[in-house]
Structures are given as structure tokens and as C-alpha cells.
Design a protein around this ligand. Structure first.
Ligand code: 4AD
Ligand code: MG
Length: 461
């Protein structure tokens, strides 16, 4: 017994020997006397070719096996030095395990990604999605490897929480109250006293606040888990459920934060290029022809670092016609982000020191009183991939900011206490994992890099 991965990795060991594989039929063609089956056993991106001929007693039946049937094959691994693949299995026995119906939706022709989204339960069997989800798995492993090698502690921050980490109100509510009969108090507000948690709770939008608590105990920590946003943005880059990587580092400032983000991006890209060679070749040939050039440029170049004010200056001076007018104080739109990273610098760009009014409450106020120590990493093809900042560690300034924003300080009592008991400067960021996968594969839609996407108006899955 062998897996296709083992055979490709160590073909010398198996050549001219009897082997057995189990897998699914990807393609099958046959003539009167012999036929070929491309088998994929799930362990490797590539298929292995099986040859069968009329000497097999069930030759006629094999010729009619439907695509996607699961089969078991016994035979000898034959060298085929002239062919595209240097070996094939000469079958001595092919039998069916699970038959497939004739209306199997993934026939040999190429399908659009839009169509494949409607069969999200079957699409991992296609080449493109086999490659995407192998890369996704390897990239997740690379993330852990990167942080663990640097002695970061992995913290499982809660999924259900009482706080809005971004203060943006884009939360999905979690309650066991009967929605058809919501209890109201005297003021007509929802009465949470009968709720399981006894208060208004939601799915987390970010693990940052809890990660900060752990950074002030372990120095360097990271979270890597699902996060949820009820943003009503029906775009190719927004999902309601996405995975985020959030390191938080103590005794560190914005520059340390950017250094970490840059090292991490390069590490993950290198790891995937090294460990998913076949998949990456596929993306470079069929999805995005410029992919390798771009990624090589990324790992070998230093990321650009500019301030928000410089970015606005560049945009104002450019001849490009933007849909959304540019002036100091605006939130950069995707068109602006892409212009800066694709047309001006042609590599990843950190934009720092944003106006405080367009950023979250916890970001550290700069000496100018107008901007905060924020940083976004913008990359060609995607736009914002990382958002982070140095955190406001000065209790009085943080409280003042929360008051200005009308936030309820009592709800953040524990967060504020972190500033009372041995606070120190600290920083962190969030990398959107799906956006990182889009960037590394050239896939253009977030729905195509997460197995079962959750987006606005989700229906079937
Ligand atoms: O910029 P964001 O909102 O930052 C935070 O959540 C911080 N608390 C992170 C931190 O400092 N620890 O989100 C971070 C990243 C974005 O740059 C983007 O890549 C991704 O998360 N992201 C989304 N990805 C997919 N769908 C969405 N709706 C996303 N919203 C944010
Ligand atoms: Mg952001």
C-alpha cells in the first residue's frame, strides 16, 4: 500500500514493485484494448496514471467506471522515461469501492469559479481548489511555525465576548433569548437578565483586547482564529467569518510591529513556495501569470514605509482619477490603496500615522495630537492585508479618548486595569488570513479561499 504522495516523493523505492493505491477517478479514457485512468488519492496535488488492458477480467466494466468513483488499484509501478510523468501503474486489478452517478457536476471541462461556488461541497475535488486548500493548510502551519520559533505564546482568545474590540458596532449578536418574544425592560430596551450570559454579547470581531492582557503576562503572544463582522460590504475582499492572525508584543513600538509583520509575511511566502511547489506552479500558470515574479520581489525587497500624510500627498499629486475624492482625513479606499502599492511603489507598503478620527479607540495618540501610531500594510492586487498599531498605554489619555467617542468605560474595566498594573508600551497587528491566501495564490475572490464562505445573503451552505 502506498499513497500517491509517497510514490512521487520516493519513486525509486516503489519502481518495479507491486503497489496498491486507493483514490478517486479524475479522468478515464479507453479504447478497445486498453485504457488510462488519472487517479487522485487526496494526498498529493498531482494525479497518478493507471494503465489497464484487456487482460484484466473486468476490462469492459473498468472502461465504464464513472468519473469520481472511488476505486482501489493494484499493479506494478512501471518506469515511463519518455512520458510527462516518469512512471505509471500497470494495473493487475482495478475494483470499485463507491460508484458515482452519471450526473456528477464536475466533469472534465473547466468550470468558472462562480459555478464552483454553487457546489462548495464538491469543489475541493477540482485542481484549483485542491491547490487553494493545500496552500491554506500549509500557510496556517507556517504561521504557527513562525511564531513558535520566536517563542510567542499561542493564546486562544474567546469567540463569544461582551466587548466590541474595534468599537465599530459591526457585531453578530449571540443570545438564547426567544427572538419571537424578546423580553423588554421598562424603557423598551432588551432585558438581558433572562439571557444565558445576562448581558448583550456578540461574536468576536478581533481577539486583540484579550491578546493585550496576555502580552502583558507573556510578552509575546499571538492568536489565530475565526473572527466575525457584520459589515454590509458585498465585495471580493470581505467575509462575515474570516480567520485572523493577531500577534501582540510588549516593550515594543510601531517600528518593532512593522518589522514583525514584514518578517512574518516573508516567512509564510517562503514556506509556501518551498513546500507547495506543484500548487504554486499551478497558480502561476493558470490563475495569475505574474505571481512568481511578484512573490520573489516581495521576499527580496524591503517593504516601503510612508506616513498617511505622505500617502495623501502622493494621491493628490497623481493624475489618476479616483472615484472617491482625496483629502487629508479620509479613510483610504481600495482604489487609493491599490494605486499606491501597484502604481507608485510596486511592492508592499506600510502606511503609518493615520488621523485618529478614522481609527480605533485603542491606538496610541501621537505627539501632534491629530494622528495615531497606526500602520496598515498594503499589497498589490489586494490592498489592505494587515492592520495594526501601537496601543495607548497611558490610562488618562485612553480614558479621555473613550469618553470622546461616547464609549461605556465600565464595559472595558479590565482592559483599563491593564494600564494600572505594570503597563508598558506594546503593539500588535491583525493579518487577514484569507487576504494573505489571495495574495499568495493570485485568487481574486475571498469566497474562493475559504472552504464554505460566509458572506452577505449567504444561502445554500
Ligand atoms: O484592520 P482590522 O479591522 O484590525 C483589527 O481587527 C485589529 N484589532 C487587529 C490588531 O491590531 N490586532 O482587521 C485586520 C485585518 C485587515 O487588515 C484585513 O486583512 C482583515 O483583518 N479583515 C477582513 N478580512 C476579510 N473580511 C473582512 N470583513 C475583514 N475585515 C478585516
Ligand atoms: Mg483595518
Amino acid at each position: 500500500k502506498a499513497t500517491v504522495k509517497e510514490i512521487f516523493k520516493d519513486s525509486e523505492k516503489y519502481l518495479n514493485n507491486e503497489i496498491q493505491i486507493e483514490g478517486w477517478i479524475r479522468t478515464l479514457r479507453s479504447s478497445k484494448k486498453f485504457g488510462f485512468i488519472e487517479v487522485n488519492d487526496g494526498t498529493f496535488f498531482k494525479n497518478i496514471q493507471v494503465v489497464f488492458d484487456e487482460n484484466l477480467e473486468n476490462f469492459k466494466e473498468i472502461s465504464k467506471f464513472p468519473i469520481s468513483s472511488s476505486i482501489v488499484v493494484q499493479g506494478k509501478l512501471d518506469p515511463t522515461p519518455q512520458a510527462k510523468q516518469p512512471f505509471e501503474i500497470k494495473a493487475t486489478n482495478v475494483s470499485i469501492i463507491g460508484d458515482s452517478e452519471r450526473d456528477y457536476p464536475l466533469q472534465k471541462k473547466r468550470h468558472s469559479f462562480e459555478y464552483l461556488r454553487t457546489i462548495a461541497h464538491l469543489r475541493p475535488r477540482s485542481n484549483a481548489f485542491s491547490a487553494v486548500f493545500r496552500v491554506r493548510s500549509l500557510a496556517a502551519y507556517a504561521v504557527h511555525k513562525f511564531f513558535q520559533e520566536r517563542n510567542f505564546v499561542y493564546v486562544h482568545t474567546p469567540i463569544i465576548t461582551g466587548s466590541d474590540a474595534e468599537g465599530a458596532g459591526e457585531m453578530f449578536r449571540v443570545t438564547n433569548l426567544d427572538l419571537k418574544n424578546i423580553p423588554l425592560d421598562d424603557d423598551g430596551k432588551v432585558d438581558f437578565s433572562e439571557d444565558f450570559f445576562g448581558k448583550d454579547t456578540n461574536l468576536t470581531v478581533s481577539g486583540q483586547l484579550e491578546a493585550e492582557a496576555y502580552a502583558l503576562a507573556f510578552r509575546n503572544v499571538y492568536t489565530f482564529g475565526p473572527t466575525f463582522r457584520a459589515e454590509n460590504s458585498n465585495t471580493a475582499r470581505h467575509a462575515a467569518e474570516f480567520w485572523m492572525i493577531e500577534p501582540e508584543i510588549a516593550f515594543a513600538d510601531l517600528n518593532d510591529n512593522m518589522d514583525l509583520a514584514e518578517d512574518m509575511m516573508k516567512y509564510i511566502i517562503n514556506y509556501v513556495m518551498e513546500n507547495a511547489k506543484e500548487e504554486m506552479k499551478f497558480f502561476n500558470s493558470f490563475v495569475d501569470k505574474g505571481l512568481f515574479d511578484r512573490l520573489e520581489n516581495v521576499v527580496n525587497s524591503e517593504f516601503e514605509r510612508i506616513t498617511y500624510t505622505e500617502a495623501i500627498d502622493i494621491l493628490e499629486k497623481s493624475k489618476e482619477k479616483f472615484q472617491y475624492p482625496v483629502k487629508w482625513g479620509i479613510d483610504l479606499q481600495t482604489e487609493h490603496e491599490r494605486y499606491i502599492t501597484e502604481k507608485v511603489f510596486r511592492k508592499p507598503v506600510f502606511v503609518m500615522d493615520y488621523p485618529k478620527d478614522i481609527k480605533a479607540f485603542y491606538m496610541r495618540l501621537n505627539d501632534d495630537g491629530k494622528t495615531v501610531a497606526a500602520m496598515d500594510l498594503l499589497v498589490p492586487g489586494v490592498g489592505e492585508i494587515v492592520g495594526g498599531s501601537q496601543r495607548e498605554e497611558r490610562l488618562d489619555i485612553l480614558e479621555k479618548r473613550m469618553e470622546e467617542l461616547g464609549m461605556n468605560k465600565e464595559e472595558y474595566w479590565w482592559y483599563l486595569e491593564l494600564r494600572k498594573y505594570g503597563g508598558t508600551k506594546h503593539a500588535g497587528f491583525g493579518l487577514g488570513f484569507e487576504r494573505a491566501i489571495m495574495y499568495m495564490t493570485g485568487m481574486k475572490n475571498i469566497r474562493d479561499v475559504i472552504p464554505f464562505p460566509r458572506t452577505v445573503g449567504l444561502a445554500e451552505f
